[in-house]
Design a binder for this molecule. Structure first.
Ligand code: ZN
Ligand code: ZN
Length: 327
């Protein structure tokens, strides 16, 4: 796990097994994400996919540009994708059904392109199809393909190289990563966290940020986790006394807002199974939290459970990647 950025101003984390690499959320500009990957020694061209937890700006800011640049698929739940498309194309007259049709057509074109790459070019039957000739001509000149992609994105800012849907609660795979999305209580269309299991290495990592409280389904999802990125958003006193308008304070504190240091400590003291080698505290508010407070609060909770002293607690950062956590 490499946390490239974590906090209310942008979130993005690389999860990798021996064979598969995915990026969870793309909440900084494409340029900044590529810079962070370079700082963390992560090769962007090695990424297989981008997964999105929910459509809030701090999770999707650089998504479309990055996905188009890397030409990799983006995995969403359907309601999250739908909400994101609406955000990206506020003035569109395209219905969602039309949009899906458009996505399907793009998918077929890509499948044709993939088939072309693995097919003998002298296979006359395949090359005789007018559609494939067009694709072959476009892919022969990389620049023209790039221009075409950029032109398409100007017409449709929500265009992505490929879109795949998952359903929270239903397991799916990318390469040798087995992924289980779980629903989180948060004020977005269909927010979720993820559990990743490397099938070949039997290592489990999880991301659980942007949740108002820890409901039973999250508690049970976060069992037997080796590396856990867990939200510790705000200090209750700092939030109450801080500069946020009343309505925003209410939103953060609500059951669909963010986990306080106190709520995180309560989870660690009471409901956490103690299995993680590393717990990474993330999504800290820069206005309503202090890293020392979050760390102290979580460490106290673990200390009360003497046998868990082997758990190491780290802090994710907003402004820079933290060192990759390797098991
Ligand atoms: Zn959010
Ligand atoms: Zn967030």
């Amino acid at each position: 796990m490499t946390v490239l950025a974590s906090g209310s101003k942008g979130n993005s984390t690389v999860i990798a097994s021996a064979q598969t690499r995915v990026l969870v959320d793309a909440g900084l500009s494409c340029r900044e994400l590529l810079k962070r990957m370079a700082m963390a020694n992560e090769d962007p061209s090695a990424l297989d996919a981008i997964l999105i937890t929910h459509e809030h700006q701090d999770h999707i800011a650089g998504l479309s540009v990055l996905a188009r640049r890397l030409r990799i698929p983006v995995y969403f739940s359907e309601p999250t994708h739908r909400a994101w498309v609406r955000m990206m194309t506020p003035s569109t007259t395209m219905t969602y059904a039309k949009w899906l049709e458009h996505v399907q057509k793009e998918k077929e074109a890509r499948a044709a392109l993939d088939a072309l790459e693995t097919t003998d070019p002298t296979d006359s039957e395949f090359c005789d199809s007018p559609g494939s000739i067009q694709i072959a001509a476009a892919s022969a000149d990389d620049d023209s393909e790039e221009d075409a992609t950029e032109a398409a994105s100007k017409r449709d800012p929500a265009s992505l190289p490929a879109v795949e849907y998952f359903q929270p609660g239903t397991n799916f795979s990318i390469g040798d990563l087995s992924i289980t999305p779980f629903t989180t209580p948060h004020d977005a269309a269909d927010p979720c966290g993820f559990v990743f299991e490397s099938v070949s290495e039997s290592i489990r990592m999880a991301i659980a940020t942007d949740l108002g409280y820890v409901p039973p389904n999250v508690r049970s999802a976060l069992q037997r986790i080796d590396v856990l990125l867990l939200e510790s958003n705000h200090d209750l006193e700092m939030l109450k006394d801080g500069p946020y308008p009343w309505a925003v304070k209410q939103r953060v504190l609500s059951r669909v807002g963010h986990l306080s240091n106190h709520a995180t400590a309560e989870f660690l003291a009471r409901d956490y199974d103690g299995s993680a080698t590393y717990i990474v505290l993330g999504h800290l508010s820069e206005t309503n939290n202090a890293p020392e407070l979050a760390l102290h609060s979580a460490e106290e909770a673990i200390r009360e459970r003497g046998r868990l002293l082997g758990n190491r607690i780290l802090l994710a950062e907003q402004s820079a990647p933290i060192a990759p956590i390797c098991l």
